[in-house]
Design a protein around this ligand. Sequence first.
Ligand code: GLY
Length: 370
Amino acid sequence: MMNSSGDVTTIRVAGERPYDVVIGRNLHGAVRQALALGTRRVAVIHPPTMGESATAIGAALVESGFLVTYLPVPDGEAAKTAEVAAECWSALGRAGFTRSDAVVGVGGGATTDLAGFVAATWLRGVPVIHVPTTLLAMVDAAVGGKTGINTSEGKNLVGSFHEPAGVFCDLEFLTTLPAQDLAAGLAEVIKVGFTSDPVILDLITRDPRGAVDPASQVLTELIERAIAVKAGVVAADLRENSSSGIGREVLNYGHTFAHAIEQVENYRWRHGDAVAVGIVFEAHLAQASGLLPSDVVALHYEILRSVGLPTSYAGAALDRLMDVMKIDKKSRGDLLRFVVLEDIGRPVILAGPTNEQLAFAYSALGKGVS
Ligand code: GLY
């Protein structure tokens, strides 16, 4: 359910413990709205680059009578380690955090994944509130309760589902986000356009410049639409174990191949860039399987390129990528599993594609559709 009042839009995520995703500007004073009655202490987890914003949020909480502890963590994926989580647990212990206290994660998707994981595991679960500061975190990582850290075997292999008590998407953060990071976040929005909301594709086709302009109404609408889709998906299938239909797995369109690129490239690729290439690969895979018409594959290239996203990959060999994909969380046994499209808005699971189909998709990648 979406509600707009003034410049603020609220999207309710239904489920066992419903919560709101608030989208607007200058929201640092609003975070306390998501804290339960009886909360005394709040730990603000943030990377050093977000120190000023964390302080603004913390100061507003102090003004409202909360005791605030700041937990600076490394930037990006470097925060998602067992060591950093252990440091956060120790800090919570030293500050006397009880079950009625709360964690606030301020940062990109890596920070909110870590903050969620720390909150999920401290005393078997304390509330977490996310303040995502990148487009990718706003439209994906911070919504839906997936939390986790990485191990040397792969990304997000340790984690749990722990839904936030609230999410505050402050669009002002996007005005200082590097252009490439903004575009990378759009990859997740475009993914949602192809799987679930074609209006997203129309909006970007009509105004690709607006789509990458943090001040534009178009970008605000794209964000709201992507979050509304994700809210509906996770409300229906939080734990990705839907017994009817594709469920939460729909959000993994492009991700099987994207995670393999990220791992073989030692996480030097932006997640969104890898997702952009991943959805092109998976579109070609659907084409090779006789599922997807080539004009829809061509539309993938057009839309991704119009906002400056990559559509080709010339790194590791397919065999190497396949080895990595086999241990992906989405695989079952030895069967590779992909979300593919039968058409725009019609996602299905393709389990066990043939080597020929995979080779076709890999060699077509980047060449477009002739
Ligand atoms: N990022 C995919 C999901 O939240 O399920």
